[in-house]
Design a protein around this ligand. Sequence first.
Ligand SMILES: Cc1cc2nc3c(=O)[nH]c(=O)nc-3n(C[C@H](O)[C@H](O)[C@H](O)COP(=O)(O)OP(=O)(O)OC[C@H]3O[C@@H](n4cnc5c(N)ncnc54)[C@H](O)[C@@H]3O)c2cc1C
Length: 267
Amino acid sequence: DDRGRPPDLCYTSGVDLSLSPEEEAFAGEARAWLAANVSRRPEFESFDEGVAWDRAWQRRLAADRWVGISWPSAYGGRDATPVQVALFNAEYARAGAPQPVNRVGINLAGPTLLAHGTEEQRARWLPPILDAGEIWCQLFSEPDAGSDLASLRTVAERVDGGWSVTGQKVWTSYATVARWGVALVRTDPEAPRHRGLSYMVVDLSADGVDVRPLRQITGESEFNEVFLDGVFVPEDHLVGGSGNGWAVANTTLAHERGVNFPFKEQV
Ligand SMILES: Cc1cc2nc3c(=O)[nH]c(=O)nc-3n(C[C@H](O)[C@H](O)[C@H](O)COP(=O)(O)OP(=O)(O)OC[C@H]3O[C@@H](n4cnc5c(N)ncnc54)[C@H](O)[C@@H]3O)c2cc1C
């Protein structure tokens, strides 16, 4: 009974929320693939054994282009629409599929490179993110820079051909198995603190990188300290230009807050 209600509340908006036949077909394709391929993740004695299994699982997903589905097809994605992503995430969660291991690459580094990277950087780094050929980690937090990230003190000084990075990062997930890290570092100590930052890709296998696992009360070591002592970072590993790190890091953080592979508890 609409009597007495304001006229503008008496009508629906007219938005049709039903799925198109193509979207139904897409969801069906994802559901069928997951039903045929998902298996339970076994318990593993060691972190490294678990990561090896996880990499194989992600490789299988990527072989049929079920990782990074919203990415452009030129880099291994499917150009999936937001509705398709939501449908896939719902099917993924419903199937109870294990998480892909390269989450930092898929959800944080990859979208940041798509937004701010050069064509060379995308071509070099994006494909091995999807098949877990190269694991990524996030080198943001420091012992005295957590929520207040802009107070970070790791410095990068200009050297011939690039930068020399020195400092300490902490809580770095996957650092023991990562090849690359997206790092927020201070390149101009004189500038206002948000403007003196730059964003660069650090090679975890480079000289001067020391990864030390942090042992938790559970006995596990999910996080690490990463010490950087004069680590050389080539100029073409800078993402988004010198002094633009805060803006680039906010792209990473926006994706960290908003995008993730679903856990089955979400459905
Ligand atoms: C599961 C997990 C994985 C992580 N992986 C990574 C990683 O891979 N790479 C990485 O760089 N970091 C990682 N982190 C670190 C994470 O980003 C930091 O924990 C986060 O930035 C918060 O910093 P902090 O722990 O130093 O807490 P703090 O900043 O010291 O905050 C401690 C408490 O104080 C509160 N607080 C802080 N400032 C204020 C304020 N101004 N007013 C009121 N309250 C305040 C906070 O809300 C919090 O409750 C990870 C953390 C977790 C939990």
